[in-house]
Design a protein around this ligand. Structure first.
Ligand code: SAM
Length: 228
């Protein structure tokens, strides 16, 4: 499994972050996990999944399963992968609590080395994982998602936007659009980044920018892509 120094640092950061969440808040007290945000993103993912008649869905960088578990509750077979073991523990806990252990499959692993068979998923969604992957590894990310996603399957991405006010306060800057934000490499995306990464294997169906429902200083891209 690829394990660069920055990835090791990120893994430590996220493992500690998820381990520190407490049951009183249902293990959901990170700023991107607001209930309003949850509802919006689950609704969007479900819409795409239903239109596609998706059976198998992958949540890439699934965290504590806050999106995967409600999708499983709606009847989809949902896989989740994250390199933070504490996040996967939380996800399994959430699945058990909500009675979805049968159709959720969480594992500790790296988005850059996916352990699934070829053409396995109808839909892959990635809320906030790609923006923690350095430009250097974009081709490896593309290779992985292209391999496990079926032809005509969809990839749905949520990533930070370069014009979000959120990024401006962070240093050090380690690339034109890359920063270290709280020990974690974060890439802030320009619309032109998406064809750069994906055009070899995907059609870009839409790329929309919206304010994050929970945090006024963050703008996120929602990008829908179809496997060629
Ligand atoms: C901003 S959090 C979002 C978590 C989850 N998708 C959500 O919406 O709540 C980013 C997640 O991506 C995971 N992550 C980052 N890089 C990863 C990689 N290369 N492989 C697997 N997981 C990764 C982190 O551990 C973290 O849980």
């Amino acid at each position: 499994m690829l394990n660069t120094p920055i990835q090791k640092q990120e893994k430590v950061y996220y493992t500690k972050t998820y381990a520190a969440l407490t049951p009183s808040s249902g293990y959901r007290q990170l700023d991107w996990q607001s209930l309003k945000g949850n509802r919006k993103f689950i609704h969007e993912i479900k819409k795409v999944a239903t239109k596609l008649r998706a059976k198998k869905i992958l949540d890439l960088g699934c965290g504590n399963g806050r999106l995967a578990v409600p999708l499983a509750k709606s009847g989809f077979d949902v896989y989740g992968i994250d390199f933070a073991s504490s996040a996967i523990q939380r996800a399994n806990h959430l699945a058990k609590k909500s009675g979805t252990s049968q159709n959720t499959h969480f594992s500790v692993g790296n988005a850059l080395s996916l352990p699934y068979p070829e053409n396995f998923f109808d839909l892959i969604f990635d809320y906030g994982c790609l923006h923690h992957i350095s430009e250097k590894y974009w081709q490896l990310y593309l290779k992985n998602v292209s391999r496990v996603l079926k032809r005509d399957g969809y990839l749905l991405l949520y990533t930070h936007d370069i014009n979000s006010l959120f990024y401006k306060k962070y240093t050090p800057r380690i690339g034109q659009q890359e920063f270290v934000v709280e020990n974690v490499l974060t890439h802030f995306f320009d619309k032109a980044d998406f064809p750069k990464i994906f055009q070899k294997n995907f059609l870009i169906i839409s790329a929309k920018l919206a304010k994050h429902p929970a945090t006024s200083n963050k703008r996120m891209w929602t990008v829908l892509l179809k496997r060629k």
